[in-house]
Design a protein around this ligand. Structure first.
Ligand SMILES: [Ca+2]
Length: 298
């Protein structure tokens, strides 16, 4: 038995050595063949890795540029929004201007119409002027008539006043009323009576007045307002200035003679221009009061 096994063992070892040798040779062969290829491939991979790295760098650069561009885009977007807002504002301004233009146009049309009306009125001016002249003439006539009417009213009022005075016993002569009394009084009492009737014993300032008085007296004795003061100077009791020269012709012949140095009052003695006589103031005669006619308010 043992001798059969020992010859087989060197055969297995030789086979194993052969196999190992073959494997070693194959390995060396493979190594000789594959190593350059592997190295070449490794180099390619390295190159590709470098290229990839470069691209990654490029991509990074691009990314930062994109970021910058995005910022610019956002700024541009804001600018665009602002421009849009400005455009909206401009648009609304344009609309306002359009509205303003329409209103202005309406005003112009209205003014044009007004101007046409003014023009038409202007054309009517000559005619209106003629009418105005006529109206002016009529107005003058109306004023004249109004004045006439006022004068008539004044005359009527005067007539009314005179009639009223006459009805109370007064006589009217050239702007004055005269009262010829029916009872006799002393000169002073007569003056008192006249004053109580808003008058004075009459003065005589003209020939016509003297004539009116002596004719109305009708030859009866009537006191008039001429008297002497303590100085012996004649004066009218109603304060009318005494005209000594003009009055000379009114004295009766031989008067004033101041009989008994006591004749300080004057009366009408006869129906004559020369009718005055100085006599004692205590005599009782009829008397003549006088008051001016003062037109009463209308
Ligand atoms: Ca006398």
């Amino acid at each position: 038995m043992g001798s059969s096994l020992v010859p087989r063992k060197p055969c297995s070892v030789r086979a194993a050595v052969i196999i190992l040798t073959l494997v070693l040779l194959a390995s060396v062969l493979l190594q000789a063949i594959l190593y350059p290829w592997f190295m070449s491939t490794l180099s390619d991979v390295k190159t590709n890795a470098q290229l990839l790295e470069g691209r990654v760098d490029n991509i990074s650069t691009l990314s930062s540029e994109i970021k910058r561009n995005r910022g610019s885009m956002e700024a541009a977007g804001i600018q665009v929004q602002m421009v849009n807002a400005s455009l909206d504002h401009v648009h609304s301004q344009i609309q306002k201007l359009e509205t303003g233009m329409k209103e202005a146009d309406a005003h112009i049309q209205m003014l044009t119409r007004s101007w046409e009306e003014v023009y038409n009125l202007n054309a009517q001016i000559p005619e209106l002027k003629i009418d105005l002249d006529k109206a002016s003439a009529l107005n003058a006539k109306v004023r004249g008539l109004q004045n006439s009417l006022e004068n008539i009213n004044k005359l009527l009022k005067q007539q009314s006043d005179i009639l009223q005075a006459v009805s109370q016993g007064w006589k009217y002569f050239r702007g004055n009323f005269y009262y010829f009394s029916r009872v006799s009084k002393t000169w002073y009492s007569a003056q008192q009576f006249c004053m109580s009737r808003n008058s004075h014993l009459t003065s005589v300032t003209s020939e016509s007045e003297q004539e009116f008085l002596y004719r109305t007296a009708g030859g009866l004795f009537y006191w008039i307002g001429l008297t002497k003061g303590s100085e012996g100077v004649w004066h009218w009791v109603d304060d009318t200035p005494f005209n000594k020269v003009q009055s000379v012709k009114f004295w009766a012949p031989g008067e004033p003679n101041n009989t008994g140095n006591n004749e300080h009052c004057v009366h009408i003695t006869m129906s004559s221009l020369q009718s005055w006589n100085d006599i004692s103031c205590d005599k009782q005669y009829l008397f003549i009061c006088k008051r001016p006619y003062v037109p009463s308010e209308l």
